[in-house]
Design a protein around this ligand. Structure first.
Ligand code: ADP
Ligand code: MG
Length: 490
């Protein structure tokens, strides 16, 4: 199937219906490989967000009260329905976002897996009984919050839709999803597939639109009960501020500037493979990318040479050609990357390979490696979100750990070493929500993921993610036959 034969839905998805935005307001999503428009899509305004939240609110009690095994079966069917459409979803994603088809395919298979994984938890969300003595029965129940708002970024749009919506639904919440304005199409199709799988109308709603007004209206809405956001630190802060108005809980995953520490006793060739994959996948637009290498001075040249060789051999082109790397998602992101590469040169770092836009239509940028990077350089401290690796040297472990941790971020970190003791010591010392040893990525749907420090609040993935979608109620029942008289705090 070619993507031109696809007929993506482009309205708001409210109560199981496709409807235009109030006043017919639209945005245009483009193909970043050509800069040509793909299609206009409804752009939600405040009133549309309000309708979506009302729809989710009305649908919530019935969804919450469904027998847990039945809710689990429906969520499992979403996973199967996604699997049945995985090629089509990958085509849509690749075209809208720019990533190579194989990567989009992997994202969508993983999206199916989120629904399958969480489906099995639907009838296992148990509370506990607390032994407080013979005069009282005390137990806890885990209840959904109500309406979950999901603000989705543009780097893994369909996959992150699933990462948030699957646990939200299994826990009994209804959802309103706002996909990023650059990449709304996969969310719209996924919502339709949720309906096809048997999700009742109003339980999953999608409001494509911009951060302002749609995202802001959603995160500041008095009837949104919990917010899940993945994106930049700046936007995460803005969302927290708005959420504070109604004391709405937030789960935030906010990017990183992730260190990869390479020791002389590592398999240098394998380390070069992992690091190249970890910085150039999705054109570096990955919050858990290996952004900055800290390499022992004795193996610096060897490692750099191997990474440079791989980077220079990267084949780059539109997603549908399914090469190694596609374009950046948008003109804005392309300009950001270009500016950072200029800055790196001005700061005195050396371009070991790449460093330029590719001379063709679309937002293509060369895989770029900077050496002679001082850890104080801005290119080594700020998240670039592009295919740009910085390499700095270290002489001893204490220095490596200090530099690795000297950042406001703390999403992931990695160590390449064959010394088991050193590996585990580093795992303890690195301030990050995930530590990789002799690998990168590959945290599965089952493993908790999230940031230390400014990289976020709460955890996505794994059973821990369910904590963002369930609140605990404690029930205390008096069994005493002659009344009581407990004081608060007893
Ligand atoms: P970028 O700046 O690269 O687009 P963001 O982190 O701002 O990255 O965007 C991620 C998501 O957050 C998108 O869906 C975007 O529309 C949304 N967003 C942006 N600004 C706001 C805001 N003020 N409130 C809520 N959502 C927002
Ligand atoms: Mg697009």
């Amino acid at each position: 199937m070619s993507v031109d034969e696809l007929d993506p839905q482009t309205g708001l998805f409210l109560e199981g219906e496709w409807v235009p935005a109030t006043g017919g307001s639209q945005l245009t999503t483009v193909d970043p490989a050509t800069t040509e428009p793909i299609t206009p899509v409804a752009a939600a305004g405040e009133a549309d967000v309000d309708r979506a939240v009302s729809a989710a609110r009305s649908a919530f009690p019935e969804w919450r009260d469904l027998a847990p095994d039945e809710r689990g079966r429906i969520v499992h069917r979403i996973g199967q329905t996604i699997r049945a459409h995985v090629d089509e979803l990958a085509e849509i994603e690749s075209r809208d976002q720019g990533k190579p088809l194989a990567q989009a395919h992997s994202d969508m298979t993983s999206a199916a897996r989120y629904f399958e994984y969480y489906a099995g938890a639907a009838d296992k969300l148990e509370g506990k009984s607390v032994p407080v003595g013979p005069e009282q029965i005390d137990y806890t129940v885990r209840e959904p919050y109500g309406v979950s708002a999901q603000i989705i970024p543009w780097n893994f749009p369909g996959n992150l839709f699933a990462r948030g919506v699957a646990p939200a639904l299994v826990a009994g919440n209804s959802v309103v999803v706002k996909p990023a304005e650059q990449t709304p199409l996969s969310s719209l199709r996924l919502a339709e597939l949720c309906a096809e799988a048997g999700v009742p109308d109003g339980v999953v709603n999608v409001v494509p639109g911009f951060g302002e007004p749609a995202g802001a209206a959603l995160t500041g809405h008095p009837h949104v009960d919990t917010i899940t956001f993945t994106g930049s630190v700046a936007t995460g802060r803005a969302i927290m501020r708005r959420a504070a108005e109604h004391v709405t809980p937030v789960t935030l995953e906010l990017g990183g500037k992730n260190p990869a520490i390479v020791y002389p006793d590592a398999d240098i060739d394998e380390a070069a493979d992992w690091i190249s994959l970890a910085i150039f996948t999705n054109a570096g637009q990955v919050c858990s990318a290996a952004d900055r290498v800290l390499v022992h001075e004795s193996v610096h040249d060897d490692l750099v040479e191997r990474i440079v060789r791989r980077a220079a051999a990267y084949e780059i082109g539109p997603g549908h050609e399914d090469l190694d790397m596609g374009p950046l998602v948008s003109e804005a992101q392309f300009e950001t990357v270009r500016r950072y590469v200029e800055l790196g040169r001005e700061e005195g770092a050396t371009v070991a390979t790449g460093g330029s836009p590719i001379d063709r239509p679309g937002y293509f940028f060369e895989p770029t490696v900077f050496t002679d990077v001082d850890p104080e350089h801005r290119i080594a401290r700020e998240e670039i979100f592009g295919p740009v690796l910085t390499v700095s040297r270290f002489a001893d472990t204490r220095e490596a750990v200090r530099v690795a941790n000297d950042t406001d971020y703390g999403l992931v970190a990695g160590a390449f070493t064959s010394d088991v003791t050193r590996a585990h010591r580093l795992a303890r010392e690195l301030e990050a929500g995930t530590v990789y040893v002799n690998k990168w990525f590959g945290d599965t749907n089952q493993t908790p993921f999230g940031g230390y420090k400014q990289s976020g609040i709460g955890r996505e993935k794994g059973l821990e993610a369910l904590d963002s979608y369930l609140q605990t109620k404690n029930v205390a029942v008096n069994l005493s036959e002659d009344g009581g008289g407990d004081l608060p705090g007893a």
